[in-house]
Design a protein around this ligand. Sequence first.
Ligand SMILES: *Cc1c(COP(=O)(O)O)cnc(C)c1O
Length: 439
Amino acid sequence: MHFYGSAKINNRHHLEIGGVDTVELVEKYGTPLYVYDVALIRERARGFRDTFKRLGIKAQVAYASKAFSTIAMVQLVKEEGLSLDVVSGGELYTAIAAQFPTEKIHFHGNNKSIEELKMALDYQIGCIVVDNFLELHLLMDLCEQKDTKTQILLRVTPGIEAHTHDYILTGQEDSKFGFDLQNGQAEKALRMALESDRLEVLGVHCHIGSQIFDTTGFVLATKKIFEKLNEWKSGFGYISTVLNLGGGFGIRYTQEDEPIPASSYVEEIISEVKNQVVKYNMELPEIWIEPGRSLVGDAGTTLYKIGSTKEVPDVRKYVAVDGGMTDNIRPALYQAKYEAVLANRPLDEVEEKVSIAGKCCESGDMLIWDLPLPKADNNDVLAVFCTGAYGYSMSNNYNRIPRPPVVFVENGITQLVVKRESFDDLIRLDVALKEQVKL
Ligand SMILES: *Cc1c(COP(=O)(O)O)cnc(C)c1O
C-alpha cells in the first residue's frame, strides 16, 4: 500500500490525512467528499519555488488553476507566493474574488472572448498569453479603445511530442494551441506584436503536454525555442526576457508511475537554458513554469460510501460507490488509473479483485478496474488517492447529481472550503414553464 503526503493509518486503524480521521470526516460531511492535504500542497509548491531560489534564477512558478480552482485554493497559492494561470473569465473571477495579486496572473486559452480580454485588461493582470491572430488583433483594438497597454507572451508550438496520452498532447505541430514555430506563424505574430505600441512582448510560452515523467521534452523544447530566439535576435533585434516552459510535470497515480522530484525538472530546465544562453551569447531570461497537477494531484483524496455490488460469475465483481464520473471523469475521459483502499479498515487483508463502478447511467462510468480489496460491503468507505487535479474542476451534474464538498485538512484541523451542492442549487438556473410545478 502506498500513501501520499501526511496520509497514514491512525491508532483507530483508520486512514488519516493531515492529522484528521477520514471516517470522522465522512460522518461529519458525508460522501462523496474531496479531502485535500494542505501540507502536501505547500511542500509541492516549495519544491518548485525553492529550487529556482537556491540556484539564484529569476523565475515565476505559476499554478495552473484549471487543475483545481476555488477561492481557498487561490488563497493558498497566494500564501505560498506563487503566480497564477487562468484560462477563462470564471477562473479569473475566482482569482479576483480571492484577492490574488493581479500582476501575478497570467491568462491562457485558445479562444478568449472579447469579454474575457476586456476583463483581463480592466484588472491589469500580469500578462496575457496570446494564442492566435484573432486574439492579437482583438487585444490591440481593445488596448487602443481603453488607451492602455499590456504585457504578453506568445504561445508557440515547438513540435515536440511528450510521451503521454494523446488527448492531452498539446506541444506537437497538429495542435489547436498556439503559433507554429516552424512554419513562420510565430515569427509573423511576433512582428505584428512588436509593431504595436500597445503590446509589450515579454517572451514566448510553450506547453508540451501533461503527466510527463522525464525532462527530455523540456530540454528539446528549450533548444527549439532558442534556435528561433537566435534568428529573431539577429533578424530584427528581438530579445526575449521571459521563457515560459509550461507545466505537465508527472505525478504518481499508481505504483506504476515513477515521477521525478520537482527539483530535477527545474535543475534540468535551468541547466539547458544556461547552455543555450552561452551557445547564442544571450542574456539569461526569466524562467517561468506552470505546474497544475503536480501541485494538487496527490494532495487530493476522494472518499465514497460503498453501495451495491454485482457479481458476474467467472468474469468480475462490480462494487458501486455513491459518486463516479460526475466527481472524477478522468477514467472515462482518458483511461486514467487510480488506487484505493478501504478508509475504515485499510489494514484488512486483501481478499479479491473488484472493479469500482460509479452510479451514473453510463457503462463507461467506472473508476477503477481490478482493484485488490478486502471483501467490502455497504458500511465501508472507499478512499481513492490522487484525485486532487482535474477531479473537482472537471466535476459535473450528469444525472443531476450534486457536486461533492471539498475540505482542507492540515495539522489536525479541518476547513470546509466548498459546500456540498443542494438539489436547490441544481435547479437554481432552471426557468419553469408558465404552469409552475409545485414542489
Ligand atoms: C494545463 C496546462 C498546464 C498545467 O498542466 P499540468 O499537467 O496540470 O501540470 C500548464 N500550462 C498550460 C498552458 C496548460 O494548458
